[in-house]
Design a protein around this ligand. Structure first.
Ligand code: UDP
Ligand code: MG
Length: 314
């Protein structure tokens, strides 16, 4: 019998855990004649009672295991840890807040059994989401797809089923700064999308503030493409060309019309404008250099502090 591992990253989710476990368990138990399964909770250094709650479930249910990280390394690293410790022939990644509907799991597995290696999910709408977050999110994906050769559809979730060979491809990408949605797209493979209506978080609150998302967006773009630096180069070339024309004009004006070189306001605004462009370009180069700094240090993506009942170690 084939086995599925459900990987669940959790950060301060004490109120969501039981509800999540109950809903997913019902769905998976219904499939238990056809498929074996394991639920692998990854506790991403939670500061509340998440660890205790998961431990309770692990001791009650032999199909549940726990991987604890030594501090909060972020969802991307928690997912990666889950992939490395998962033992299934396929993996399903799920958020614990029930925004990813467990009812889709049977269909995902069916598609996988029919030979599709990646079964993704996509929100059809953005109801229940703050307007500003939706606007930035839509803009971000448009910009990201334009700047890279990838195509991440709007509303696509991390919630997806991936065959073991796909997971091995993901694990072969060793970069430290990980934008998983981009990496999932980058590795290729045939995929299908299942759609669902957006849901509100059941309990607790999202750990993503506006600024956290904003910097995550910059991170994503900088880790996938050098287009921003290219834009700075083109801007530099354009401005140099225009300045050259303006210089020629000033010289001609002086010689043919006898106009003295004047215009403090235009001078100061041009200087400030170019100063601004230079600072932005330097900042951009700094962003990329900073990435090199992190990659060169090659620290591990996460540190495991405890593993309970995981077959990976057997
Ligand atoms: N999460 C995590 N580490 C973090 C932040 C979040 O493991 O640093 C988990 C969180 O517990 C949840 C999932 O990632 O299971 C998605 O987080 P959240 O619901 O806060 O994100 P949103 O749905 O608002 O994008
Ligand atoms: Mg959520």
């Amino acid at each position: 019998m084939k086995k599925i591992t459900v990987v669940v990253p959790c950060y301060n989710e004490q109120d969501s855990l039981q509800c999540f476990y109950d809903s997913v368990k019902v769905v998976l138990d219904k499939l238990s004649e056809k498929i074996n399964y394991e639920i692998l909770f990854v506790n991403d250094g939670s500061k509340d009672l998440t660890q205790e709650k998961i431990t309770e479930i692990v001791h009650r249910d032999e199909k549940v295991s726990l991987l604890s990280l030594s501090r909060c390394f972020g969802k991307e690293s928690a997912m990666l840890a889950g992939f490395e410790y998962a033992t299934g022939d396929a993996i399903i990644v799920m958020d614990v807040d029930l925004q990813d509907p467990p009812e889709l799991i049977p269909l995902m597995i069916k598609k996988w059994e029919n030979g599709i290696p990646v079964v993704c999910t996509r929100r059809k709408d953005r109801n229940h989401e703050p307007l500003l977050k939706s606007m930035f999110s839509i803009l971000f994906y448009k910009l990201f797809n334009k700047m890279t050769s990838l195509n991440i559809p709007q509303g696509v979730r991390d919630f997806r089923l991936m065959d073991r060979k796909v997971i091995l491809s993901i694990l072969s990408l060793k970069e430290r700064l990980r934008f998983s949605k981009g990496l999932f797209e980058w590795i290729g493979y045939e995929k299908v999308y299942l759609e669902f209506e957006n849901r509100e978080r059941k309990n607790g609150k999202s750990s993503w503030s506006f600024w956290k998302l904003f910097f995550y967006g910059i991170e994503a773009i900088v880790s996938f493409t050098v287009t921003p630096i290219r834009v700075a180069t083109i801007l530099g070339l354009g401005i140099s060309f225009l300045s050259f024309l303006f210089l020629a004009y000033v010289i001609m004006d002086k010689f043919f019309n006898g106009n003295p070189v004047s215009g403090y306001p235009s001078l100061i605004s041009i200087t400030l404008f170019i100063g601004g462009v230079q600072l932005i370009s330097m900042g951009l180069i700094g962003e990329y250099l900073g990435r090199v700094f992190y990659e060169v240090k090659a620290r591990p993506h996460y540190i495991v502090s405890e593993v309970i009942k995981n077959e990976h170690l057997n």
